[in-house]
Design a protein around this ligand. Structure first.
Ligand code: SF4
Length: 297
């Protein structure tokens, strides 16, 4: 166990597999080189995966990070055995650019394994450290989804306390795009009453377009039972006026009602049409596209 002085502890573990089969998603495999996530986003759906493994979904998820030290070597072996060219998604249950990635370089070595045995790749992150790996990403058939739900520094600071600030994430998009890498913005999740206005969505889309993003996708908030208490505690502390409506909306369900998601989708469509986003397909035909990803990641 090690500690980098930020109150986050890192536990080195070995795992038995690197690729995880995924059902019902626009990608076939997921890759998560770490477990837990120090970004500590109050709405994080990955807390639910932690709950299913009997782990703590609060500070345990945010502050006790498992580092899968044998992950890249294992992945290299598994990739050599794969027969089908299916899409993999890196960072579905953790941010692959944890602070300790600077030291461990597990994600970097994961990308090296993918360069050696290429598959279409989606990288999902809130970390500006991704630009460190531009040299490898440029050699991959990749879409980088920079997760930015708001350009409000204050909302980001309170709801995603240890993520790179929105400006830094946008700058990373700009640098990736300038290097010729297909990089866009995944505005997810959109928080009811906080980031779901057309004005707020427009501000994110405008910033994405200005920084060369190739796509702009959105996803509504989803509150699994193990996630809900953390989100409601955040509202209670920072936005108590939103608490009753949010509790009522999610009292009997984990996804918002259809009327709301349709309205959100329509807002996103209008916003998207105001800017120039040029989605690129994977180099070889693949079923998944960023627009499909918006509802499912
Ligand atoms: S960065 Fe992603 S995985 Fe990490 S806490 Fe935030 S939403 Fe969860």
């Amino acid at each position: 166990m090690s500690n980098m002085g930020s109150g986050v502890s890192y536990r080195e573990i070995t795992v038995k597999s690197a690729l995880t089969r995924v059902q019902g998603m626009p990608f076939a495999w997921s890759l998560n080189p770490y477990s837990g996530c120090e970004r500590a986003c109050v709405y994080c759906y990955a807390r639910d995966y932690h709950a299913r493994r009997g782990r703590d979904t609060g500070a345990g998820f945010d502050r006790e990070i498992d580092v899968k030290v044998n992950f890249p070597d294992l992945l290299a072996l598994e990739l050599r055995r794969l027969r089908k060219r299916e899409t993999v998604a890196l960072g579905t249950a953790t941010d692959p650019y944890q602070q300790c990635e600077g030291r461990y370089r597990i994600t970097r070595r994961t990308l090296e394994a993918l360069v050696a045995s290429p598959l279409p790749l989606v990288v999902i992150t809130k970390g500006s450290m991704v630009v460190r790996d531009i040299d490898l990403l440029a050699r991959l058939d990749v879409k980088v989804c920079m997760s930015i739900g708001t350009v409000s520094t204050e909302l980001a600071r309170t709801s995603e306390p240890h993520a790179s600030p929105p400006k830094a994430r946008l700058e990373a998009v700009r640098r990736l795009a300038a290097a010729g890498i297909d990089a866009g913005v995944l505005a997810a999740p959109i928080l009811p009453g906080l980031s779901d206005s057309e004005e707020s969505l427009d501000a994110v889309a405008a910033a994405a377009a200005m920084n060369g993003a190739t796509f702009f996708s959105t996803r509504p908030l989803k509150l699994d039972p193990s996630v809900k208490p953390h989100y409601l505690a955040f509202l209670s502390e920072h936005f108590p006026a939103l608490l009753p409506a949010t509790e009522a909306r999610f009292a009997e369900r984990i996804n918002p009602e259809r009327g709301y998601t349709d309205m959100l989708e329509e807002r996103a469509r209008r916003v998207r049409s105001r800017y120039r986003f040029h989605e690129r397909p994977f180099r070889k035909p693949e079923p998944s596209t960023p627009s499909q990803l918006r509802l499912t990641i």
